[in-house]
Ligand binder design. Structure first.
Ligand code: NAD
Length: 332
């Protein structure tokens, strides 16, 4: 999305982050690096510790992107949900992916937050119409679905529920643009939205192949990282396949590979998550990781992501067009 309808927007000086696990702390890092104060709520007994450790890790990447720890917004942990709901200009909810929990939480937030404050849920696939079903001001509730690591990746899918007001969706989009993101307005409310539907299809096929003994977890990853994965960051799947049809592009591609669409190449349903399959996935990825910790792998991932974004920005293409660095801040 390059531009949005102009919307009368509440100026966002302080953000409430509700739920501070992997995704919530990624949001906190992104917001704070862009000099926005953040008030964080998480009911877990070690919530503050976990948050601060995640934020500390994110700064390795944020400093590489040019952000300055001495010029960032305050991060304050708060054990009073009402204070978070009542004093912030925008709320980003990142609590566990459980519809009943999210519905209850949004009811609590909605009862306190001024009616013009947008409440965005990071949900990976729940329907916003269901999350907003029992609140008094459903017009400001929407999905703002980010990607891990939130402090680097620009995509945020905005999904409106049946009662979400267009003006609040536009406000959210403008706000996300202002913090270097790429808001993708999902046209139709749908479970799993766009990107998780694509990821889920790949994931289900991968699980089937491991369950059927066709491939190890390493084989699955090799089949992506040496081939299609390298292309996906540049051109996604449709434009990549446009090039699979030679000079005639997509037209010839569909003529040549159209019949394969009727072949049994994919499963729709995921396989049963048996103990054996879980064991193959866990032991397979453990072997792949070798002696590298999760933190080692996160650092490797973050360093490579930053360099991929830099290459794409040299070509002014795809995510390289977003203001992902500190010196390119501001709406694109
Ligand atoms: N993990 C991902 O890659 C990913 C990507 C995009 C979106 N999401 C979505 O983000 C949300 C959070 O996922 P996560 O991976 O950060 O999970 P997580 O388990 O790492 O974090 C969830 C946090 O919510 C807290 N929490 C529990 N009950 C709460 C409550 N009632 N109110 C507020 N906080 C509460 C937990 O203490 C925990 O810190 C989910 O909706 C998920 O679908 C996850």
């Amino acid at each position: 999305m390059n531009s949005t309808e102009s919307a009368e927007m509440r100026s966002v000086k302080k953000i409430g982050v509700v739920g501070a696990g992997l995704i919530g702390s990624g949001w906190v890092s992104r917001f704070s690096a862009r000099d926005i104060d953040v008030l964080v709520y998480d009911p877990s007994s070690d919530g503050e510790e976990v948050l601060m450790a995640h934020v500390e890790n994110a700064w390795f990447a944020l400093e590489k992107l040019g952000f300055d720890r001495n010029r960032c917004g305050d991060v304050r942990f708060c054990d009073d949900l009402e204070e978070v709901a009542g004093t912030c200009d925008f709320i980003q909810e990142s609590a566990p992916e459980n519809l009943e929990l999210k519905k209850k939480l949004h009811e609590q937030l909605d009862a306190i937050a001024p009616p013009d404050v947008v409440i965005a849920s990071s949900s990976s696939g729940l329907l916003p119409s269901e999350i907003q079903a029992d609140v008094s001001h459903p017009g400001r509730i929407l999905i703002g679905h980010p990607f891990n690591p939130v402090y680097i990746l620009p995509l945020v899918e905005i999904v409106k529920g049946g009662n979400t007001l267009e003006r609040h969706a536009n406000e959210a989009a403008n706000f996300y643009l202002s913090i270097g993101m790429y808001p993708l307005m999902v046209r139709k409310e749908i479970d799993g939205y766009i990107s998780d539907r694509i990821q889920e299809a790949v994931w289900r096929e991968a699980l089937h192949m491991v369950a059927d003994g066709v491939a190890s977890t390493q084989d699955i990853d090799d089949a992506i990282v040496y081939g299609p994965g390298l292309r996906w960051a540049i051109m996604g799947v449709c434009l990549t396949f446009h090039l699979a049809g030679g000079d005639q592009g997509m037209k010839h591609m569909l003529k040549q590979f159209g019949p394969a669409l009727k072949l049994p190449w994919t499963h729709m349903e995921a396989p049963e998550l048996t103990d054996e399959l879980i064991d193959r996935m866990v032991s397979g990825t453990r072997t792949q990781a070798g002696n590298q910790s999760i933190r080692d792998l996160e650092l490797l991932r973050d360093n490579c992501l930053i360099e991929i974004l830099e290459v794409l920005s040299r070509y002014r293409f795809a995510a390289g067009n977003t203001p992902f660095k500190a010196d390119t801040l501001g709406p694109s």
